[in-house]
Ligand binder design. Structure first.
Ligand code: PHE
Length: 360
C-alpha cells in the first residue's frame, strides 16, 4: 500500500519539477505513456484478487487523476508565460517611420484596360467576360467561321487534344475576344452595349507578337444601328484614349467573317523628333478591326437579324499601350523584369478617370 503512495509521490514530483513544456511532455510520457510507470502499475491490477483490486485500483486512479490535473495546470502556466514573453518582445511601435517597402507598379496592360473601361463606361458600355478555354462553336462556328473556312488558318490556333472535347466540341485557347460577343448575345436580351477585355492566344512570337496577348472587344446590338454609330463611337473612344482632339481616323474596307461590311481603322500620326506621335495625318497606323455584326452571327445567337442590328470592334490592348506609352518590344510586357515595370508601370493610386485625364 505504502508502495503506491511512494510511487505516486515520486511521479508527482517528476511532473511538478518540469521546468518547461518539453520537460513536462517527457514527464507525462514517463508516467502516463504506453510504457509509463503509472501505466505499468495499472497493469498489475489484473493479477490481483477482487478485493485487493478494488482497494489498490482506487488508490492508483486517485494518483492518476491528481497527476493529470497537475500536468494540465503546469501546461496553462507555461502557455501563459510564453504568451507574455511574446507580447513583451513582439511589440510594434506604431510611431516609428515605416520601413522602405518594395513598391510594386500597375502593369501598363492593367492600366490601359482600366482606362478603356472608364472611357466606355462613360458611353454606357458594361464590361463582359468569357472563358479563355473556349469551344470551337463560340470561337469560330457561331462567328460565321465554319470548319473549312480559310480564316481558321489565319488564327494560328492552339487546339486542345481531341480527348479533351466537351459535348463533342473541340476545345481551343480563344484566338480573339469575339466569342464573348456570342456569349453575351446568347445570355442577354438586347439592347446590348458591352466591352470585353481579356487574354487571347495565338501560336506566334516575335518583337510585335507574343503567344498570349490582350484584346478588347466591343459590341452594340440594338434597333436601327448603322455604320455612323460605329464611326462616332470609335472616334470618341480614340480621342479620349490618346487624349488629343486631333486624332484622325481612316476607315478602310476590309474582311472579317463575322462582320459585313467590315472596316479596318487606321489612326493618323505625325513624326516629331524622329518618333511617331498619334495625331495629324503624316502617316497611318492600323489600330482596330470592326464592322456591322453579320446577319448570320445575330441569327446564330437566336436573334432576328431583321429586328436587331449592331456593330462590333476588336483591338489589341498591348498595342494600344505601346502606341500611347512608347514601348517598342511587346515581349518585354511579359518578362516580369522589375526595371521595366518600375519604368513603364503606374502608381497604384493613379486610377484613370475621365475628369482627371485617363492617362494621368
Ligand atoms: N476578332 C478580330 C481579330 O481578332 C477583330 C474584330 C473584332 C474584327 C470585332 C471585327 C469585329 O482580328
Amino acid at each position: 500500500m505504502s508502495d503506491i503512495e511512494a510511487i505516486g509521490k515520486r511521479l508527482m514530483q517528476l511532473v511538478e519539477r518540469s521546468k518547461d513544456m518539453d520537460a513536462l511532455e517527457s514527464a507525462r510520457i514517463a508516467v502516463l505513456g504506453k510504457n509509463g510507470e503509472l501505466t505499468a502499475l495499472l497493469k498489475t491490477l489484473g493479477s490481483m484478487s477482487p478485493e485487493e483490486r478494488v482497494e489498490k485500483g482506487h488508490k492508483i486512479n486517485l494518483w492518476k487523476a491528481a497527476i493529470i490535473g497537475t500536468i494540465e495546470a503546469q501546461k496553462t502556466i507555461f502557455e501563459t508565460a510564453t504568451l507574455q514573453t511574446r507580447l513583451a518582445t513582439e511589440r510594434v511601435d506604431m510611431t516609428l517611420p515605416a520601413p522602405d517597402a518594395p513598391r510594386g507598379t500597375i502593369h501598363p496592360v492593367s492600366q490601359v484596360m482600366d482606362e478603356l473601361a472608364e472611357i466606355f463606361a462613360d458611353m454606357g458600355f458594361a464590361v463582359a467576360e468569357g472563358p479563355e478555354i473556349e469551344d470551337d462553336w463560340h470561337n469560330f462556328t457561331a462567328l460565321n467561321i465554319p470548319e473549312t473556312h480559310p480564316a481558321r488558318a489565319m488564327h494560328d490556333t492552339f487546339y486542345f487534344p481531341d480527348d479533351m472535347a466537351r459535348d463533342g466540341q473541340k476545345m481551343v485557347l480563344r484566338t480573339h475576344t469575339s466569342p464573348v460577343q456570342i456569349r453575351t448575345m446568347t445570355s442577354q436580351e438586347p439592347p446590348i452595349r458591352i466591352i470585353a477585355p481579356g487574354r487571347v492566344y495565338r501560336s506566334d512570337s516575335d518583337a510585335t507578337h507574343t503567344p498570349m496577348f490582350h484584346q478588347i472587344e466591343g459590341l452594340v446590338i440594338d434597333k436601327g444601328i448603322h455604320l455612323g454609330h460605329l464611326k462616332w463611337t470609335l472616334e470618341t473612344f480614340l480621342k479620349a484614349y490618346f487624349e488629343r482632339e486631333d486624332v484622325v481616323l481612316r476607315l478602310r474596307p476590309s474582311y472579317f467573317p463575322f462582320t459585313e461590311p467590315s472596316v479596318e481603322v487606321d489612326v493618323g500620326y505625325s513624326v516629331i523628333n524622329g518618333k511617331r506621335v498619334i495625331g495629324g495625318a503624316e502617316g497611318w497606323m492600323e489600330v482596330l478591326g470592326s464592322g456591322m455584326v453579320h446577319r448570320k452571327v445575330i441569327a446564330a445567337c437566336g436573334l432576328d437579324p431583321d429586328v436587331w442590328q449592331g456593330f462590333a470592334f476588336g483591338t489589341g490592348v498591348d498595342r494600344l499601350a505601346m502606341l500611347k506609352y512608347g514601348m517598342d518590344d511587346l515581349r518585354a510586357f511579359f518578362d516580369g523584369d522589375n526595371r521595366w515595370l518600375q519604368h513603364y508601370g503606374f502608381n497604384a493610386l493613379d486610377v484613370p478617370t475621365l475628369s482627371g485625364g485617363v492617362g494621368a
